[in-house]
Design a protein. Structure first.
Length: 207
């Protein structure tokens, strides 16, 4: 049975919750699909998140790695296409580390492309009425670092990253959000389509 490793992140930047952890936990709790789903919440730490992801990949030998995190301020689910070899943190992580202009992996390629069927997943999300798009930057904080790491931690596996907006129940005052149940649905859709074939869209991405 194919194994899918699904991760979210814990809270950071003064927040008490992170909607990615909530969505991942909820999807794992209700999962009734044909694959083996391994779910975990990673700490918002450059060093520990990447190390833990590598550990999980060694232990479970996943066929797909889907990492998720929060992009506060966004209004749509973002299926990331490219991870860059860069740590450039605006704020310290959970360990107080704030790397600036450092590579995620010394000597690694400048960037790695997601190996999930990004366009297919975006279309499935949109068909389900969930605001979503393909994104060309996961930033340069811990999410991008985990995304970059995921693309080498499980050789042969499909891997990628999905940024979620705040959920209604976790959003700070005035922040844009989608209903919690929509984020759960979004993550479940990504899980359900992770092994699909990619599809070509006429004209490429609109940007
Ligand atoms: N979002 C941050 C780190 C953890 C999270 O959920 C990011 O986008 O890098």
């Amino acid at each position: 049975m194919p194994v899918i490793l699904l991760t979210g992140f814990g809270p950071f930047d003064g927040a008490t919750r992170n909607p990615s952890a909530d969505a991942v936990e909820a999807v794992a709790a209700g999962y009734d699909g044909p694959h083996t789903l391994v779910a975990e919440t990673l700490p918002v730490s450059f060093a520990r998140s990447a190390a833990r992801l590598r550990e999980l990949a060694e232990e479970h030998r996943p066929d797909a790695v889907i990492a998720t995190g929060l992009a506060g301020g966004s209004t749509r689910v973002a299926v990331e296409r490219v991870a860059v070899n860069l740590m450039d943190a605006r704020i310290p992580d959970d360990d107080g580390a704030q790397p600036v202009d450092r590579p995620s992996e010394e000597g690694g390629p400048a960037a790695r492309f997601a190996t999930l069927p990004v366009k297919r997943i975006v279309r499935e999300l949109q068909d389900a009425g969930i605001p979503s798009h393909a994104s060309l930057s996961a930033g340069s904080y811990v999410c991008n670092h985990v995304f970059y790491t995921a693309l080498s931690a499980a050789p042969g596996a499909r891997a990628g990253f999905v940024h979620l907006p705040w959920s209604t129940s976790t959003a700070p005052d005035g922040a844009t959000a989608l209903p919690d149940v929509e984020l759960l649905r979004a993550v479940r859709i990504v899980v359900d389509h992770v092994f699909d074939d990619e599809e070509r869209t006429a004209g490429g991405s609109i940007w």
